[in-house]
Design a protein around this ligand. Sequence first.
Ligand SMILES: [Zn+2]
Length: 304
Amino acid sequence: MTDKSNLKTDFQNITLWKRGGERAPHKPLLALYAIGRLRRNNDRLIPYAEIDQKLAELLKDFGPYRKTYNPQYPFWRLQKDGIWEVDKTESVSLTSSGDPKKPDLIRLDVHGGFPKEVFNALRSDDNLVNEVVAQILEDNFPSSIHEDILQATGIDLVSTGTGLKKRDPEFRDRILRAYEYRCAVCGFDVRLDHFPIALEAAHIKWHTAGGPDTEINGLALCTLHHKLFDRGAFTFADNLKIMVSDRAHGTRGFDEWLMKFHGRSVKAPQRKIYTPDNSFVKWHVKEVFRGEYRELQKAITATR
Ligand SMILES: [Zn+2]
């Protein structure tokens, strides 16, 4: 029998695979993909070829922007965390770093998945799934993108807030005050009576990656710009100029909500000491921002 709290700890511990501030959402995304799959499919073991394609898509959408994606690493390395097994391991030859080669995994039709007891526990206990999923999301991603990940992994549960970490409750107040209750990008400041609506305190370096709850790591952003920022549709250059990604595009809304601000300075906080710290901005560029900066020429045409 798998003890429920042990299983939760096992899932929690997979997130410990982190190097400095570098985001490594590979294993968490693989675990979420496999959980989403077990809720609609009876097969416990998943062909590597399927994971190669699906996990690469998830990494492209929710992982840091990289030139190549290597789903074979988490597929193989998750075995050590006690919540994953792979078949035909004897037939697979390994590189000097102890990892398999992608073509071998496909050619040999290697399968991987949760061990039987983990699989059965997750299939029979909705609450457990809820708790494990909420834990993985909380540990690895800002809440603004949790729903997107649930949809992408096909997990039909809402994150109910079980096991949510306590956040510094003052962070929001301090950040909104620092930016005088306005979105630092577009200036949005709609209130209902005296309550600001759809205005949020965003971390520049994610809380889940060790970003502190301080003014120099925060920005007041409207809900839309918060989401666009956390998904990497725009970031800031060193001089705190707003830079839109060449991967972001659209017709309606794109010029108005993104290109209009491309190359413009983010609104300054009310005190100079609250100015976003460059190290956090650099982290966002490296770990969250997608693609390359668009050219500045285009902004001038777009703002006409
Ligand atoms: Zn805004």
